[in-house]
Design a protein around this ligand. Structure first.
Ligand code: ADP
Ligand code: MG
Length: 576
């Protein structure tokens, strides 16, 4: 404080940057911070906690960031991640970029060093022009320099994160801002409550009619539900549209459970068939990116062509990969309500031969799988282990499933049915590894539900230390590590004879369960499906932090799971 400010402080009530930030967040209903303390934001975390916010400290910023983004996905309010300057900021940036890619609303708030020194590149502690670096990796980036701008700065960050297509926002708080003082009453007046942060966006009536015309002409229609539809929390409207239309649907992985996977209209078990054969496809909050082969090629039955109706809040998403015959730009609730109104009372359902073909394909595929799910192979194969997990979720449909890995991800996605909206969280649009513990922590904190995280041993390793965080906050998270001694498989051999193991191989027979015991949680090793099932059921009943080391046959996996085709092939030699 300057002498003038000190003199003023004696006669008036003051507030400062720290308190204004906390007040601004709280005023906007943000009550949880995920982060890692350190200079210059340690006191910000302490004061936020003292002011009644929940402050969850992590061991690494990346996982705090993933947690914030999943908090955003689950609540439609921006999840906040708080980090220190330069290195902490960079660690959080991966999560911010991932949030933006996935359309999850989050705000990465980072402290930063002295502006004057940073801008002259004079070598400050953790010096970095963070705003410039964050900008290309997020939806919006702001820096606040004056205490009186905190209200409007936080408001901008919130609106940017949740309006239109949600995404990641960066908010830069130079250390000097935090200690700036101003009159308390003026400070309170400067705060901004964001009115209607994610305004509805109604589709144009002619766009609705165009979409209905295309759908009416369909002989083999298909609906694809994406995680944008799950995010929208318009569960009843989605259900009403799917059921009134009678159109078979495919859920993208995080849209599983929006309608229960056991719903008669689910075409999940006939995925290849419906993608190939459909003549009209209604995309609802899903993108035609790599996860859907960009909407073209053999898996889409080319050379036959299809017509797409696409519902999305982001106009620029239309025609991203193929022509969209009926773009419907607006929020999912408004678009589907308008479609439902336009369908009237006499909407005719799709031709019976189309739905019959799908039903019989489903039955064949499910029957084929059922036998394999009973596998009692020892060590376990994926089907045996996941067959047991499928039953656990069936009996405990409120449990939120978190899933990452390669084979562990691919098999679990198709084997484990999900019954409720937003009850499956996974590697998302990037296919990122390392979300396991961050996502689990956020899911447990934001919903209070039990979380079951099924992770490959490699995927688990990216955020393994965060099991201490899970124990510290005593969260009802059960982590199951599918331990096959390595990445994809544990069987690769180094052929140059230098004594190192192959690059994809880990320590054999590692005891991940002992890691959990180190922090006071339950740690169990399971070598067969019964043991695995018992351990997970016990964890759900007790709500105690648990890690089950599930011993999987080290030869059972395939390279890169189902996306091995994305590996470039050497034409010179490929040693097996
Ligand atoms: P998936 O991976 O399940 O296909 P994506 O993340 O690729 O899902 O697609 C989600 C889409 O949903 C994005 O294009 C996004 O713009 C859109 N979206 C997100 N929220 C809404 C909403 N409330 N209304 C309409 N579209 C939304
Ligand atoms: Mg593995």
């Amino acid at each position: 404080m300057t002498p003038n400010e000190m003199a003023a402080a004696e006669t008036q009530n003051l507030t400062d940057g720290f308190h204004l930030i906390i007040d601004a967040l709280k005023m906007n209903g943000i009550n949880t911070i995920y982060g890692v303390p350190g200079i210059p934001i340690t006191d910000l975390g302490r004061m936020a906690q003292a002011e009644g916010m929940r402050v969850l400290s992590f061991r690494h910023e990346q996982h705090a960031g993933y947690a914030a983004s999943i908090a955003g996905y689950l609540t439609k309010k921006p999840g906040v991640c708080l980090t220190v300057s330069a290195p902490g900021f960079l660690n959080g940036l991966t999560a911010l970029a991932n949030a933006t890619t996935n359309c999850f609303p989050m705000i990465l708030i980072s402290g930063s060093s002295e502006r004057e020194i940073v801008d002259l590149q004079q070598g400050d502690y953790e010096e970095m022009d963070q705003l410039a670096i964050a900008k290309p990796l997020c939806k919006a980036a702001y820096r606040i320099l004056h205490a009186q701008d905190i209200g409007i700065g936080v408001a901008r960050a919130i609106r940017a994160a949740v309006s239109g297509r949600p995404g990641g926002v960066y908010l830069d708080l130079p250390a000097a801002l935090l200690g700036q003082v101003m009159d308390e009453i003026e400070g309170q007046k400067s705060l901004v409550k964001v009115i209607d942060p994610a305004p509805k966006m109604l589709p144009a009536p002619e766009a609705v009619n165009r979409a209905l015309d295309v759908l009416k002409g369909a002989k083999r229609p298909l609906i694809i539900l994406g995680k944008g539809a799950a995010y929208a929390q318009e569960d009843e409207t989605v259900k009403a549209f799917v059921e009134k239309s009678g159109v078979p649907y495919l859920p993208m992985s995080m849209a599983k459970g929006l309608l229960p996977d056991t719903h008669p209209q689910s075409a999940g078990a006939a995925r290849s068939l419906v993608l190939k054969e459909a003549d009209v496809v209604v995309m609802i909050g899903a993108r035609l990116n790599w996860l859907l082969s960009h909407g073209k090629g053999k898996s889409w039955g080319e050379p036959h062509s299809k017509k797409f109706i696409q519902i999305d809040i982001e106009a620029m998403e239309m025609d991203s990969n193929v022509e969209i015959a009926a773009p419907l730009v607006g929020d999912i609730g408004s678009c589907l309500s308008a479609m439902l109104a336009g369908m009237g009372d006499n909407w005719s359902k799709p031709p019976q031969d189309w739905t019959d073909t799908i039903t019989s394909k489903k039955e064949t595929n499910l029957e084929k799988m059922a036998g394999r799910l009973m596998s009692n192979a020892n060590p376990m194969d994926y089907h045996g282990a996941l067959g047991a997990m499928r039953e656990v979720i069936k009996d405990n449909p409120d449990v939120i499933l978190v899933n990452e890995g390669a084979n562990t991800l691919d098999f679990a996605r198709s084997i484990i049915d999900i019954y409720k909206p937003r009850h499956r969280i996974d590697v998302g649009t990037w296919g990122i590894m390392g979300i396991g513990q961050g996502a689990s922590i956020a899911a447990a904190v934001e919903t209070g539900q039990n979380v079951l995280a099924i992770e490959g041993d490699s995927a688990f390793g990216f955020s393994g230390m965060e099991i201490e965080t899970i124990c510290r906050y005593n969260l009802p998270v059960c982590v199951v590590v599918f331990n096959n001694n390595g990445i994809y498989r544990g069987t690769d051999v180094n052929e140059n004879g230098d004594g190192d193991v192959a690059p994809t191989v880990f320590v054999k027979n590692a005891r991940y369960d002992l890691m959990m015991q180190a922090f006071g949680g339950e740690g169990v090793t399971a070598t067969n499906p019964d043991e695995l099932s018992q351990a997970v059921r016990a964890a759900i009943a007790s709500r105690k932090p648990t890690l089950v080391n599930a011993v999987i046959d080290e030869g059972a996996g395939t390279e890169s799971g189902r996306i091995g085709n994305l590996n470039p092939q050497s034409v010179v030699s490929k040693k097996k």
